[in-house]
Ligand binder design. Structure first.
Ligand SMILES: NC(=O)c1ccc[n+]([C@@H]2O[C@H](COP(=O)([O-])OP(=O)(O)OC[C@H]3O[C@@H](n4cnc5c(N)ncnc54)[C@H](O)[C@@H]3O)[C@@H](O)[C@H]2O)c1
Length: 313
């Protein structure tokens, strides 16, 4: 049974904690947050308000980092130096040089490290990757990705609104879509950006150019409570593959329309992964640790490429 500790019991931990609790061969034993009120609902676990004390007193195999972005590297390295495997929320850092620093630390201490880039583990996006990899609809001609919403107002100490600590929309939100592009299609050749950035709202429009196709992307933290929207539309030679209004639909050029939510097995050779991307990513990492397999689904060179482009926005 793998023992797991988690630090940062804020917004995203609400997706990680149930995933660990539901996992068969892992046990979430300890939680840490500087705000003791965040811990009160977890009586029965070992609870800490001081990370160093948790590391000193506990003996777990995996640390799950759900801390604000600017704290990721420091906490990951402290744990890895004690021989603990680390899975960390995105982004790894706002600084490209940290990628090598963190992976070198993992190598030196003989532990595994993964940044939890959740889109890679979500069925809607995994479907798109499987379709692109299979070539079943011919060449890709163009793509569109969107990740929109209102400015977050819930974060601890309002760290998300602070560019030095969160990197704002590029590093906090758009990173998901760019990471998926790099994972699926490799490094873009060129980026053109437009941005409307004010203290109370931020909107970005990007065009990533590849050799023979381009992908445009939008991301926002609007000042008004615009509903959270994640969408894509990819135009292949023989089909459009779209995620719109929460549904994956394939529009084939023979006029067949496949709603993947109703016909999940419609495409031969394509299998949808489980619906909870957070559970999938943590399960994947736990399996890599348990079976001592390389964590090759998220590669350091991909993370570096993503940070390099985000720094240009
Ligand atoms: N993958 C996703 O879909 C997704 C979604 C949201 C956030 N995130 C990422 O998750 C991370 C956390 O974001 P969030 O929305 O949960 O933020 P949050 O502010 O809601 O939670 C962060 C928590 O960390 C605690 N904390 C701060 N400093 C600490 C310290 N030194 N020791 C212990 N606890 C400390 C805070 O009290 C807070 O409870 C960020 O890196 C963010 O980019 C990922």
């Amino acid at each position: 049974m793998l023992k797991v500790g988690l630090v940062g019991v804020g917004g995203i931990s609400a997706a990680h904690i149930p995933a660990w609790e539901a996992m068969e061969d892992a046990e979430l034993v300890a939680l840490c947050d500087i705000r003791s009120e965040k811990l009160s609902q977890y009586a029965g676990k070992h609870l800490y308000t001081d990370f160093d004390e948790m590391l000193e007193k506990e003996d777990f195999d995996i640390l799950d980092i759900c801390l604000p972005t600017f704290l990721h590297v420091e906490h990951a390295m402290k744990a890895m130096q004690r021989g603990i495997h680390v899975v960390c929320e995105k982004p790894i850092s706002l600084h490209e040089e940290d990628v090598e620093k963190v992976y070198a630390c993992a190598r030196e201490n003989g532990v595994k490290f993964m940044v939890a880039q959740v889109l890679r583990f979500m069925p809607e996006y995994d479907l798109l990757k499987q379709i692109a990899d299979s070539g079943r609809y011919g060449r890709l001609l163009s793509g569109f990705m969107a990740r929109l919403g209102g400015i977050p107002k819930w974060s601890w100490d309002n760290w998300m609104a602070d560019e030095e600590r969160s990197g704002l929309v590029p590093f906090d939100l758009h990173i998901h879509d760019l990471d998926f592009l790099v994972y699926t299609f490799g490094s873009p050749k060129k980026l053109t950006t437009h941005r409307s950035k004010r203290p109370e709202q931020d909107y970005l429009h990007m065009v990533y150019e590849y050799d023979d196709f381009f992908v445009s992307a939008e991301a926002s933290w609007y000042a008004s409570p615009y509903p959270f929207t994640a969408a894509y539309r990819f135009q292949f030679e023989h089909a459009i593959v779209a995620l719109e209004k929460g549904k994956c639909v394939i529009y084939e050029d023979n006029d067949r329309v496949i709603d993947m939510s109703k016909e999940p097995e419609a495409l031969e050779g394509i299998r949808l992964v489980g619906s909870d991307g957070y559970a999938n990513e943590l399960q994947y990492f736990a399996e890599c640790v348990k079976e001592d397999k390389p964590v090759d689904k998220v590669k350091p060179e991909e993370l570096s490429c993503v940070l390099k482009y985000l720094l240009q926005i």
